[in-house]
Design a protein around this ligand. Sequence first.
Ligand code: PLP
Length: 381
Amino acid sequence: MTPRDAGADAAWADLPSPCYVIDEAALERNLAVIERLQEETGARVLLALKGFAAWALFPRMRRVLRGVAASSLNEARLGREFGGEVHVCAPAYRDDEFDELVKLCDHVTFNSLGQWHRFRERLTDVQTGLRINPKHSEVRVALYDPCAPSSRLGVTSAECAAQSLDGIEGMHLHTLCGLGADALERTLDVTERRFGRWLGRLRWVNLGGGHRLTAPGYDLARLTSLIERWRCRFDVDILLEPGEAVAFECGVLVTTVLDVVHRDPDVAILDTSASAHMPDVLEMPYRPPVTGSGEPGEKPHLYRLAGVTCLAGDVIGDYAFDEPLRPGDRVVFEDMAHYTMVKNTTFNGVGLPAIAVRDAATGATRVVRQFGYEDYRGRLS
Ligand SMILES: Cc1ncc(COP(=O)(O)O)c(C=O)c1O
């Protein structure tokens, strides 16, 4: 939901705060793009649960997405509830979970040859893949770059060359983060040079996530031709597993001003937290859009929006508004559906935001989940 959605503000006033509001109509727009891509290329698109796991919307997403990409036993279990194919890929698997994990999955991808050898005898009725690392960085922030120096993510071509890959049916490649088809093209060129000799022997290649394919300006024609090129050249099925692109601009975080502290600039303390409710703001770092606000200097009333935890740096950023902010005012952060919901915590005992869904057909917003003391206490002992 974005400021473009007239009428949303009135609905926000009645919501609990803080509250994530997922916009079903925006999700449908993204799913339509993905559906077309699947039709035009024959590629299968999975939902990366690590990025968006709002199970209230599984039935709607399942109409388009072929299944899920999981990164743990818990996500694989949730993936079975989604329906369709369950693919798992994690930096390492636990011995005590592996047999249960295999039963839940259709594809199991190993991050190292050591893990493959350790577990290969315990694989039953699944397709086996290897995550590869083409050693080609496109992501500028090291924290998010799977190809950063000494990265633990994926097997290098030198490691592959040192032994037989008989039994490996697919390769998995995840090296991007919020990037365009140009970044994918450069990555695929390098990958082909380094891993070309194995690609033609596979059944499938998974191009991972990190593709901003539902964002305005994304070059879908280029993505389509890259998929077709690889599908024909190597005679493989192509899979994609986006998280962000599925839920891109599909939801907001509605929050409330609790206090205004007079500093330079004035600080509005909200009932949310960058640290607990939107950690990527601090990690990336980035400045999320706030409905109705501008950059400092663009509007007369400047505030530093800050969180309610003890962390001194629990600050979201500086925003300018038309009117002064007062306790009780709503502040709405945009594009908060992906990653923020799955990563939130109860640091400082701060309550988790409620979850609401705005219905695509009626425009009505209904709260589907609220959290309380037991959710906080239940994580501890
Ligand atoms: C292996 C893997 N697949 C898929 C994704 C989803 O990426 P995104 O949400 O950027 O599309 C990630 C994200 O970190 C990942 O690590």
